[in-house]
Design a protein around this ligand. Structure first.
Ligand SMILES: C[S@@+](CC[C@H](N)C(=O)[O-])C[C@H]1O[C@@H](n2cnc3c(N)ncnc32)[C@H](O)[C@@H]1O
Length: 178
């Protein structure tokens, strides 16, 4: 995403959050607990990252990951503004997160899956970084639920454990059962 588009998107999101403050309620349904390691995949300006960091508390941590350098700068500003030191900003390269295997209790991919050119490559990388007992929270963004489900099924490696209007909870199948 070009810098100008990222800045515009961030401004629109800030306005939307002011008019419709729904993020906290939405995040409550994800099941984030103190001590967890959460990856905010495609964190953008960090509006979810901050909520996640407060929920995992000091014993947990949040990897705020994005391919856009401006997102990483925005997250660093947010960390300073909220005095949070349990967030690790990560600049990803394509579909390579650079994170260790099986690090995440939860990966949240919000408002980004629909736009990916290689959803299967993305889901393979998420599978690699997710603990066997971990979970992926995925939303539809600007695509139909049918498209989201079709992409997840085509990729393999995931079981859809829960479906709400808001999101899917997917759990990794172990490599032997893929
Ligand atoms: C519409 S924004 C959503 C930001 C945030 N998740 C939210 O809902 O507020 C999508 C973000 O995904 C990022 N993104 C797109 N492709 C990505 C990839 N392959 N890896 C990591 N981030 C990606 C974009 O740079 C952008 O910041």
């Amino acid at each position: 995403m070009p810098d100008i588009a990222f800045r515009l998107m961030s401004a629109i999101m800030a306005l939307k959050d002011l008019v419709y403050p729904t993020i906290d309620k939405r995040v409550t349904a994800f099941g984030i607990r103190a001590g967890m390691t959460v990856v905010d995949y495609g964190c953008g300006p960090g509006r979810y990252t901050i909520r996640f960091a407060k929920l995992v508390d000091r014993g947990g941590n949040v990897y705020a990951l994005d391919v856009q350098p401006l997102a990483i700068e925005a997250v660093k500003r947010q960390m300073a503004a909220h005095a949070l030191d349990n967030i690790v900003p990560v600049l990803a390269k394509g579909y390579d997160t650079g994170l260790p295997d099986r690090i995440a209790d939860m990966v949240c991919a919000l408002d980004m899956f629909f736009a990916l050119r290689e959803p299967s490559t993305f889901l393979r990388e998420v599978h690699r970084i997710t603990k066997p007992e971990g979970v992926l929270i995925l939303d539809d963004g600007h695509q139909s639920r049918q498209s989201t489900l079709a992409k997840v099924r085509a990729a393999g490696g995931w079981r859809i454990a829960e479906e709400t209007r808001d999101h899917l909870k997917c759990v990794p199948l172990d490599n032997a059962t893929r």
